[in-house]
Design a protein around this ligand. Structure first.
Ligand code: ZN
Length: 155
């Protein structure tokens, strides 16, 4: 509710992390901070959206989607195409963002993160089966599954 210096420095770190990854979007809870905000860059520089809310979506668009929390993988995911998201910028001004295709996809992906939904939960049955096998292979060489991805896929 209060956009203070703490939020500003969090955002600065998130933007740095996003570019270093490299990625096009990052939600606060991906860096372990339980605040409802995300940063993104669809090609026009970094933008911060605080308390984002999806107010409208329409159409259908299939895009090969990847996630910094599931490194090295990408899946064709169909979601609504055009979305309207409202929120606040870092100065507390109201934002009203309408986007489609790539940018619209970023919004939906980051909103999912903030709602606790990871990309693997958007897979269809066939993709889920393949992903499960793939992640099992990866985890046989790793002692732990820190993000619990394997258990998400069992749902
Ligand atoms: Zn992600």
């Amino acid at each position: 509710e209060e956009i203070d210096g703490g939020v500003a420095s969090l955002v600065a770190q998130m933007i740095e992390t996003m570019y270093a990854a490299p990625g096009v979007g990052l939600a606060a809870n991906q860096v372990g901070v339980s605040r409802r905000l995300f940063v993104y860059d669809a090609g026009d520089g970094p933008i911060t959206v605080i308390n984002p809310r999806l107010v409208e979506s329409e159409g259908e668009f299939t895009y090969t989607e990847a996630c910094l929390s599931v490194p090295g993988h990408a899946w064709d995911i169909t979601r609504p195409d055009r979305v309207h998201v409202i929120g606040l910028d870092l100065d507390g001004n109201e934002l009203s963002l309408e986007a489609s295709e790539f940018e619209g996809r970023i919004f939906q992906h980051e909103l999912d993160h903030l709602d606790g939904i990871l990309l693997v939960e958007r897979l269809d049955d066939d993709q889920r089966r393949e992903a499960r096998a793939m992640l099992r292979r990866e985890f046989t060489s790793a002692p732990v599954d820190p993000d619990g991805l394997a258990s998400l896929l069992e749902r």
